[in-house]
Ligand binder design. Structure first.
Ligand SMILES: C[S@@+](CC[C@H](N)C(=O)[O-])C[C@H]1O[C@@H](n2cnc3c(N)ncnc32)[C@H](O)[C@@H]1O
Length: 273
């Protein structure tokens, strides 16, 4: 168990989409790769006519919302998440997308579907939050048809390392530097974990970085890590003001805050039955 997959922390963190939304806003507003993460991830999906698709940990449904006009008409999608708050938001964000036939709360470690039920399974930026990840991946291999595909996005261990340094330099008591979701399941160790349950695992990497010219979205990003990082213990109202000033001074001095980042996707085929 770690701060990335402690059930209590994860449930509080994703009670609603507030925290996820703050992080998405920073990426959307200040990423240098203008193609866009949501477009790139959607490009990796291959859907055939009549495919049955299920996503675990769908969050606020941002990739579907962004690509709703590109969805083939004749596929059926089920969106699931541990958090009722997230499902409510994704339902609002995706109203009118007729391919989505159901929204339900579900833990990826305990999937309520029969063997060989789906052509595509998706679990984006969520496997690192799962305490028994091996069970979850075996469950995905179980519900996937033998010819089906599993897609899972995640981060590199090196992604946003510059942001951790910046936070540590502001206040070394903030324990962001030692928090890592990618150490649980990241671009560097994912193949090993997935290969236990899939004969074919390929990785594709999306190159990008942040060029940040406003303090508030960056401060909101850091504050959104509440629970995973000891934000509540350190970041009093005054401290948050100081943090804004610290970031503003940097931006004024250097013109921007530039931080490399790296994320990608695993594409898994031939589930081991
Ligand atoms: C970082 S968000 C990713 C959301 C979305 N997939 C995306 O890429 O934007 C992680 C999501 O996984 C969900 N989650 C965490 N643990 C889960 C579990 N064991 N089973 C299903 N969903 C889970 C959270 O509620 C949250 O919505």
């Amino acid at each position: 168990m770690s701060r990335a997959n402690d059930r209590e922390i994860v449930s509080l963190q994703y009670n609603s989409d507030k925290n996820l939304h703050a992080r998405q806003a920073l990426h959307r507003g200040f990423s240098t790769n203008k193609y866009g993460w949501e477009n790139w991830v959607f490009d990796q999906y291959i859907f055939n006519p009549n495919d049955k698709v299920i996503e675990f940990g769908c969050g606020n449904g941002s990739i579907w919302a962004h690509n709703k006009n590109k969805l083939p008409k004749n596929i059926e999608i089920i969106l699931t998440d541990l958090s009722e708050g997230m499902l409510k938001t994704s339902k609002n964000n995706l109203s009118g997308v007729n391919q989505i036939v159901n929204y339900c709360t579900m833990d990826i470690q305990n999937i309520e579907y029969e063997n060989n039920s789906f052509d595509c399974v998706i679990a984006n930026h969520m496997l690192y939050h799962v305490p028994n990840r091996d069970l979850a991946i075996s469950e995905i291999a179980r519900i996937l048809k033998p010819e089906g595909t599993f897609y899972a996005t995640t981060n590199s261990t090196y992604s946003l390392a510059g942001l951790k340094d910046l936070v540590r330099n502001f206040d070394s008591r903030l324990d962001y530097a030692s928090f890592s979701v990618a150490k649980e399941f990241g671009l560097e160790n994912g193949i090993e974990q997935l290969s236990k349950h899939f004969d074919s695992v390929e990785k594709a990497v999306y190159e990008d970085s942040l060029h940040i010219t406003e303090a508030k979205p960056l401060a909101d990003y850091v504050l959104s890590l509440e629970g995973h990082v000891n934000i509540h213990d350190i970041m009093t109202e005054n401290k948050i003001k100081d943090f804004h000033e610290y970031l503003e001074e940097m931006i004024l001095r250097d013109g921007s805050i530039d931080i490399p980042k790296c994320s990608g996707i695993f594409i898994c085929k031939r589930p081991k039955k």
